[in-house]
Ligand binder design. Structure first.
Ligand SMILES: Nc1nc2c(ncn2[C@@H]2O[C@H](COP(=O)(O)OP(=O)(O)OP(=O)(O)O)[C@@H](O)[C@H]2O)c(=O)[nH]1
Ligand SMILES: [Mg+2]
Length: 300
């Protein structure tokens, strides 16, 4: 019982769409973060915790780094920046399509960070060995001190070895969180995210980016969870698109989301969805705060 205990923070950062959330889920072994083929899927900093007998790894998945165009993106960028400051290990994730040119400043911040840096080259299932070797050489110049891990998060290739290297490097420390926990977010958050994932999957253009979800009711009894949630969009035209002809589009989102929520909670779910217009919420600080985004810059 008196063995040494290790614990630490491992923060996952990188450009949009490189597979940060896919990697986080593979490392944690739970479907914590939502994944889609669209950039800017993740909007918050989301913790996933892995507990062993003598260790605890606290992962943070973060939004892909981008130049903010509106207040919501400012808050997203802040989550990525904060992740550079408080990590024991930084996982800088890139993929075989990504380039360091896209966000030179951020790569430089990673290079100068005081944390140990692991460079993860994801999606190697998409290229051959020669191309991979060239990529590794390119990145060695950018982040000379980083240990490099070529992986495929989706195919679960190389993830086990990455996990072992992480645990090896953890500092000696008591656990930071209850050892039965696997995340810091409340149940409602996951309902929110699952609904948002289905919206990203079912609609095009600006609609998914103009949407936020708020769970208004989450009532659990022995046999069923009753959930009602509001989908906020920015304009009436978006409301029409979200609902669709005869309500069919919204129905599809609802039934896809319900299935995933049932799988997540391992329980039957009754889900009701409503659509409301909240004009320009992405640029309004008070609205962003009610949706759980923090803003450090108060003026634009
Ligand atoms: N081929 C391949 N695709 C992958 C792999 N890992 C992730 N993907 C795909 O890449 C896309 C983006 O994955 P996400 O995990 O959502 O990426 P992210 O970096 O979290 O994206 P943001 O949250 O938008 O910054 C999805 O379509 C994934 O299915 C991989 O190892 N191989
Ligand atoms: Mg993500």
């Amino acid at each position: 019982m008196n063995n040494m205990h290790k614990a630490g923070f491992v923060n996952i950062v990188g450009n949009p769409n490189v597979g940060k959330s896919t990697l986080m889920n593979a490392l944690v072994g739970e479907r914590i973060s939502i994944i889609t083929s669209k950039a800017q899927t993740t909007r918050h900093r989301i913790m996933g915790i892995v507990n062993g007998d003598d260790f605890q790894v606290v992962y943070s998945d973060t939004p892909g780094v981008l130049k903010p165009n509106y207040k919501l993106q400012e808050s997203m960028r802040e989550f990525s920046n904060s992740a550079l400051k408080d990590a024991d290990i930084l996982l800088y994730v890139t993929d075989v399509i990504d380039s360091f040119e896209k966000n030179r400043d951020f790569v430089e911040n990673v290079r100068n960070s005081r944390s140990k840096v692991f460079l993860v080259i994801n999606k190697i299932d998409l290229i051959d060995e020669d191309k991979l070797l060239r990529l590794v050489d390119l990145w060695k110049e950018q982040l000379p001190d980083a240990q490099i891990f070529p992986i495929s998060a989706q195919e679960n290739f190389g993830v086990e070895q990455l996990l072992r290297s992480i645990v090896e490097l953890l500092p000696e420390s008591p656990p930071y969180f209850d050892k039965t926990a696997f995340t810091d977010k409340p149940e409602r958050f996951f309902v929110n995210e699952i609904i948002r994932e289905k919206i990203l999957l079912n609609y095009d253009k600006e609609v998914p980016y103009s949407v936020e979800v708020a769970v208004e009711e989450f009532k659990e009894d022995n046999s069923i969870i009753n959930i009602s949630a509001v989908i906020y969009c920015e304009r009436n035209s978006q409301k029409g698109i979200l609902i669709g002809k005869n309500g069919l589009a919204l129905k599809k989102v609802g039934s896809q989301a319900r299935k995933d929520i049932e799988a997540f909670f391992q329980k039957k779910v009754f889900l009701q969805l409503y659509v409301k217009v909240e004009k320009d919420w992405r640029s309004r600080e008070n609205k962003l705060r009610t949706f759980g985004y923090q803003l450090t810059h108060t003026h634009n």
